[in-house]
Design a protein around this ligand. Structure first.
Ligand code: BG6
Length: 488
């Protein structure tokens, strides 16, 4: 792996502490970081290197997947970190940063490859990229990469504008847009499973598949993010990015050993084939909900509009369910149902592929009917794959009995999404990052939903916290003769 200077904007922020430092530490333990790896953390406050390093050490101790029980290796890890105060709008601070980086590159005898990670609010993305360019930070002889967190825009127009601004300083190949769902190990396995198992590959069509259900249920509420979330809602926070990425990942058909470019083109094709919804169709295809007070796992929680800093009159969506169709030979006629929401009964992220039921259709009215075959990819809370098959139980007069073939990973050994993503970014592998084409097409597809929600054309259904969302979400599937699997 090539040497690199890792420049982290937002180095004292929450994401850095909870995700980035622990991920880097796990990569360090697995010897997946470049030789002479070093980090320059940037934040508004003045801090000494020592205080900053102590903070990194603390976050690793608190949040790392692997326990930091070897003090010597932990010390050598944090020794790679340096800190500099930077005011995002001050040009002189970028000049100072450049001098510091050049000095470190000389000391450590490094190729001037630079990775800029923007772990800051989206309002700063464009200004930082411009300043990186104008200060000369991005003009060294080595490569440069920009890692950028979501949200990538607030709607189609703002996303386009942001992309235009970023592309003045970085080329598309240099921009790595993080969607942490693409870093989840099971999501990364989806393509490989289909590609390397002829049995799955053969079944991956509308001939055998009845519907696909993509769920991301959360128990958490708005937390301390009222300012952001009340403007974003479930549609912008989860649906436009994570949920549509899951849809692309499950719907693509990949040739063996596909290149990152092929994967991206296939994903783009899925988005292009997604049947657009017009503003007037939204109410019949999309369910919008907001949590009311309720009980989750024995604990009473307030409704959304009673949360701190949320207006009592807020009409923001905290739940969305939708029916999507892909107009392509493999998928024509297969509904893809997607739902995500906050303050639901349990945390679960999964994709359920429900197969057609020729046996059921053949059974006579009196005969007992088998269950459909299901293939379930679980991402959270545990990673696993389950296949539901039917057998007959000789002990009960040969009645149908569903059996489950289960695979579950050992949770402790699984890398966190950020480990996978940082490792790929260091290697320059773009497969599991969102390409601009995907982001733009996702916003484009979501735009009529935003308009219909904004114009109040879609009813906002309250649902008690601790449930699976509004009953209308069940009715969306019931209309087609289906139901959400695994709601208990
Ligand atoms: C983030 C959203 O991108 O994903 C959060 O902004 C959400 O609102 C989170 O809670 C869910 O991620 P995960 O990995 O816990 O499913």
């Amino acid at each position: 792996m090539e040497t690199v200077t890792f420049v982290l904007f937002g180095a004292t922020g929450d994401l850095a502490k909870r995700k980035i430092y622990p991920a880097l530490y796990n990569l360090f333990l697995e010897q997946k970081l470049p030789k002479c790896f070093h980090v320059i953390g940037l934040g508004r406050r003045e801090l000494s290197d020592e205080v900053f390093q102590a903070g990194v050490e603390q976050s690793v101790t608190q949040f790392s997947r692997r326990k930091a029980n070897d003090p010597v290796s932990l010390k050598s890890f944090v020794h790679a970190f340096r800190y500099q105060a930077l005011d995002i709008g001050r040009k002189e601070d970028y000049t100072k940063l450049l001098q510091r980086i050049e000095q470190r590159e000389r000391e450590l005898n490094l190729t001037p490859n630079r990775m800029f990670y923007l772990s800051v609010g989206p309002e700063f993305f464009a200004a930082i990229a411009t300043n990186i360019k104008e200060s000369g930070l991005g003009s060294a002889a080595g490569w440069k990469r920009l890692l950028i967190e979501k949200p990538f825009g607030h709607d189609l127009q703002s996303a386009r504008e942001l992309n235009r601004q970023l592309s003045e300083a970085f080329s598309e190949q240099e921009i790595f847009r993080i969607d942490h769902y693409l870093g989840k190990p099971m999501v990364q396995k989806l393509g490989a499973l289909q590609q390397n198992n002829p049995v799955l590959d053969a079944l991956w069509t509308n001939r055998y598949i009845a519907n696909v259900q993509i769920t991301a249920n959360e128990t958490v509420g708005v937390e301390e993010r009222a300012g952001y979330y009340d403007r974003a809602g479930a549609v912008r926070d989860m649906f436009q990015n994570h949920m549509l990425q899951l849809l692309m990942m499950v719907a693509i058909h990949l040739p063996k050993n596909s290149t990152p470019e092929e994967v991206r083109l296939k994903k783009k094709k899925v988005m292009e084939d997604l049947v657009p919804l017009h503003k007037q169709d939204i109410a019949s295809h999309v369910i919008r909900g907001q949590y009311a007070a309720g009980t989750i796992q024995g604990k009473s929680v307030p409704g959304y509009t009673s949360e701190p800093n949320i207006s009592e009159a807020s009409l923001n969506d905290t739940f969305i369910a939708a029916k999507l169709q892909i107009d392509a030979p493999f998928w024509r006629g297969v509904p893809f149902y997607i739902r995500t929401g906050k303050r639901l009964k349990e945390k679960s992220t999964r994709i359920v592929v429900e197969f057609k039921e020729p046996l059921k259709q053949q059974a006579s009215a009196q005969e007992e009917k088998p269950m459909p075959n299901l293939l379930v990819f679980e991402m959270s809370p545990h990673e696993g794959i389950t296949l539901q098959l039917n057998t007959r139980d000789p002990q009960h007069q040969g009645a149908f009995k569903p059996i489950h073939i289960d695979f579950h990973s050992n949770h402790q050994d699984l890398p966190e999404a950020y480990e996978n993503l940082l490792y790929d970014a260091l290697l320059g592998k773009p497969t599991f990052f969102a390409h601009w084409d995907e982001v733009e097409l996702s916003w484009q597809w979501v735009e009529p939903i935003l308009q219909a929600f904004g114009d109040q054309l879609v009813p906002l259904h309250p649902y008690p916290a601790g449930t699976y969302g509004p009953a209308e979400s069940d009715a969306l599937l019931a209309k087609d003769g289906y139901h959400w699997w695994f709601d208990s």
